[in-house]
Design a protein. Sequence first.
Length: 284
Amino acid sequence: MTDETQQTADPRSEEPIVETDVSESVAGTGRGGPTRTVVEARDVDVYYNDVQALDGISLAIPENRVTAMIGPSGCGKSTFLRCINRMNDLIDAARVEGELRIRGKNVYDDDVDPVALRRRVGMVFQKPNPFPKSIYDNVAYGLEIQDKEGDYDEIVEESLKRAALWDEVKDKLHTSGLDLSGGQQQRLCIARAIATDPEVLLMDEPASALDPVATSKIEDLIDDLAGEYTVVIVTHNMQQAARISDKTAVFLTGGELVEFDDTETVFQNPSSQRVEDYITGKFG
Ligand SMILES: Nc1ncnc2c1ncn2[C@@H]1O[C@H](COP(=O)(O)OP(=O)(O)O)[C@@H](O)[C@H]1O
Ligand SMILES: [Mg+2]
């Protein structure tokens, strides 16, 4: 990994350059009002070898809000999410062009260490992926590999509370994370992701492998997390996007971003016929 040998820079050192206004009327989330931009894409293209997966994506993701990415399968939602924490670096065929700024600093600059970046930008995947370790050790894992100082017992408890899992596991912290239900495992993965206190949480269809009750718990949790984190969630469930997000980005086939606006606007008054056809279920 040549990445490890690069100099590190704290991308937080540069101030945001764009203000975002999230309208007061956002879907009853109570998170309206102006906020700063945390993540900003500028004309991002991604190719896998010669095949283009994203075409000229520009958008600004607001701080402490939930931004949903929707669109049919294969339109590049996961690819875009992986641009934000440079997970595409791990895919040999992938090439990213354009700028992806976090608080004004391009994460593709030579002086950004992707490992340090991924500490600031946590990720939760579709399939819950707890380690074959105890519940406690799953949550403490990131702290250990980062040699973080602090009271691990306290951080583990706090993270499990924030992930709305504490009450269900507090008496069995030293049993295997793999013995939990799917929904609990996903909340454990969220606890693991937030234990190291990232600024941005990326979630790639975090509830699509879960039953409706577990899904509803994850949705409530995401709503709570937005108070403290900037959440970017991919979902192919449009009702879910409408329920939980403040901003919605609609990607369509060809890797194009066809609409990005307040969630209410996207769902009630989309700007293009293609988006209206998609959200009313005419295709996708
Ligand atoms: N590792 C990869 N190698 C080659 N092509 C890929 C890879 N990952 C995704 N793609 C292609 O990029 C396009 C976008 O995929 P993806 O970002 O996974 O879409 P979505 O998450 O919206 O379903 C698809 O055509 C997919 O086949
Ligand atoms: Mg995907």
